[in-house]
Design a protein around this ligand. Sequence first.
Ligand SMILES: Cc1cc2nc3c(=O)[nH]c(=O)nc-3n(C[C@H](O)[C@H](O)[C@H](O)COP(=O)(O)OP(=O)(O)OC[C@H]3O[C@@H](n4cnc5c(N)ncnc54)[C@H](O)[C@@H]3O)c2cc1C
Length: 289
Amino acid sequence: MERYDIAIIGTGPAGLSAAVTATIRNKRVLLLGSRDLSEKLEKAREIRNYLGFPAVKGPDLAAAFGRHLDEMGIQITEKRISAVYAMGDYFVLQSGEEMLEAAAVILATGVTQAKPLPGEEELLGRGVSYCATCDAPLYRGKTAAVIGYSPREESEAAFLSEVCGRVLYFPVYPQETHLPGSVIVIREKVLEIGETEGGRVVRTAEREYPADGVFVLREAIAPSRLVPGLETEAGHVKVDRSMRASIPGVFACGDVTGAPYQYIKAAGEGNVAALSAVKYLDEMKRNNA
Ligand SMILES: Cc1cc2nc3c(=O)[nH]c(=O)nc-3n(C[C@H](O)[C@H](O)[C@H](O)COP(=O)(O)OP(=O)(O)OC[C@H]3O[C@@H](n4cnc5c(N)ncnc54)[C@H](O)[C@@H]3O)c2cc1C
């Protein structure tokens, strides 16, 4: 299996900036995220505090970032990472059933404002899942409930509808859904995920929906869940001034390290994280020589 020097998870300003610097330093970079870059960039109407762009619309700044990547030949690999495992002197990153390898990892996954639903954390791995590709086979022919926090999650629900007998979809966003006809869309406020004798139940403000499995699909997974054993503080990755996290070889940058939540801070931390990852790899090479 191909082993990259640095895997960067996230395509917001933090991850992109890290990718640019690591590429300039001749490291083999695996940049994971979305070709649409970051929803938070797309949503910003006007940004007034990004150096060099006095008043820029989010999509225009995103386009400028995209041109920068193109000019440097940096590719984005469109994959969602569900777990990162430390293997000693390298890391395995899980994306669905696929495993990827890198010697160092930079977390630039942003921050999710959404608090876990009542019951979500208690039932995680016991009927509650964050990964449709990984766990769909468990619910073959059965009923799956999907709580989707953005339209991007609809492709996962569509995939589940090919495997499961019945899919209930709870969109937690106002946009119209575009799903196969067999998916039952329920626009009710989800209050909690509970247990029943036969399985799980999604409780909304209006009623209860029994299901065999519940998929909670959000843009960002809590960093402590993404990287088991990683030290966090109030939901953010604990880092030092070099953006080093508590596990050697793991670095973090941007909103995932904490407030202030700002583009330029994210981009600046991405630069520092990349330089620190380069230093870590060079030291590792020297020690192994
Ligand atoms: C409406 C709005 C307006 C704003 N206006 C301003 C402003 O004017 N000025 C300012 O400085 N800041 C502003 N911000 C804040 C700014 O958007 C954030 O601080 C910035 O986007 C953080 O960058 P980031 O790279 O850390 O994370 P993000 O931009 O959130 O990017 C994270 C990326 O990681 C990806 N990702 C997450 N988990 C995974 C995974 N498991 N696998 C693969 N990819 C993953 C996501 O898809 C996303 O691409 C605004 C935010 C919003 C929402």
